[in-house]
Write a protein that binds this ligand. Structure first.
Ligand code: ADP
Length: 294
């Protein structure tokens, strides 16, 4: 098949030695891409495929994984190569053998995530835009966190929602909330921390020796509480994770309110990706946040 032949040729160039697949096994579990475990003679790779316009997304994912690896804090798959083959985009990563977590894996993840968050930048944003799920995520460097979150996070998602048909009272409330973000974050001055950016329970796992691994990131430098907020949005992280994180780096007063604001970004993104009841969930969050301003 032309696609795989071209991928193998590109991988051989990237690895500096011939790579030929002995076995290609499709994997489930992803939300966006087709994924395969591809076994060569000396190494096994994890390869994702998408349509040709997914190349930017894949190269940004590789850059995000490289940034996490450079922080030397949490394990993440090493990016190997990416490109276009037979009209499809592809990304090859080190394939990691996952196993059931051990009793101390969550606590280790908490500690290691705090260590990753200690990697900071001079401003909020990142060197490039990337994606959150299948939506664009804009990372224009910004000095002020409230301005960044208002314009690059809530503002961009609201724009998409408007284009997708969100209107009326719900849109008005959300726009009102967007304008209120500097007041909601008044007095909160986080450092720009390296974030995973899409840290739900489906984006971490453990190796056989209990070592946590994070993958499929939407990296940027932002308030570390945004990563923690997302772990709480869909659940799946146990109390030892939070205890270990807070033990390594306590959270600031007011987190409970900011958590709702930060998760509004993901709820709006879910509305833009999947529609349905996410609009009313966003509306409820906005009402609650606006209520707290009074
Ligand atoms: P998508 O981009 O489609 O959401 P993911 O990156 O989340 O795909 O990967 C899909 C699934 O494949 C994950 O849930 C995980 O179980 C597995 N996986 C992800 N990365 C690796 C890897 N480097 N090695 C082995 N398995 C992986």
């Amino acid at each position: 098949m032309a696609v795989w032949q071209q991928i193998e040729e590109a991988l051989s160039r990237a690895l500096g030695e011939p790579f030929t697949a002995r076995e290609r096994r499709p994997l489930g579990g992803g939300c966006i891409n087709e994924a395969f475990r591809v076994q060569g003679r000396d190494r096994t790779l994890f390869i994702k495929l998408n349509s040709a316009d997914g190349l930017e997304m894949f190269s940004a994912e590789a850059a995000g994984l490289a940034a996490i690896l450079a922080s030397a804090s949490v394990r993440a798959p090493r990016p190997i190569a990416w490109g276009i083959a037979g009209g499809r985009s592809w990304l090859a990563l080190e394939c990691i053998a996952f196993a059931p977590s051990r009793s101390d894996s969550s606590a280790l993840l908490g500690e290691q995530l705090a260590a990753m968050h200690r990697c900071t930048a001079q401003a909020f944003g990142w060197e490039r835009d990337n994606t959150i799920g299948a939506s664009p995520q804009y990372n224009t460097w910004t000095q002020d966190w409230a301005v960044f979150f208002r314009d690059q996070r809530i503002g961009r998602q609201l724009q998409l929602a408007r284009e997708g048909g969100l209107a009326g009272d719900t849109l008005e409330r959300l726009q009102h909330l967007q304008e209120a973000i500097p007041r909601l974050l008044d007095g909160h001055c986080p450092q720009p921390s390296l974030l995973h950016g899409d840290l739900w329970a489906g984006n971490w796992a453990t190796t056989g020796d209990g070592c946590p691994v994070i993958f499929d990131p939407a990296v940027y430098y932002g308030d570390r509480e945004a990563d923690l907020a997302m772990t709480e949005l869909f659940g799946g992280f146990d109390s030892s994770f939070y205890r270990a994180y807070r033990g390594a780096w306590p959270l600031q007063p007011g987190y409970a309110t900011r958590k709702r604001l930060y998760n509004l970004y993901h709820v709006l993104n879910h509305f833009n990706l999947f529609g349905g009841s996410y609009a009313s969930q966003a509306r409820t969050l906005a009402d609650r946040l606006l209520g707290e301003l009074r």
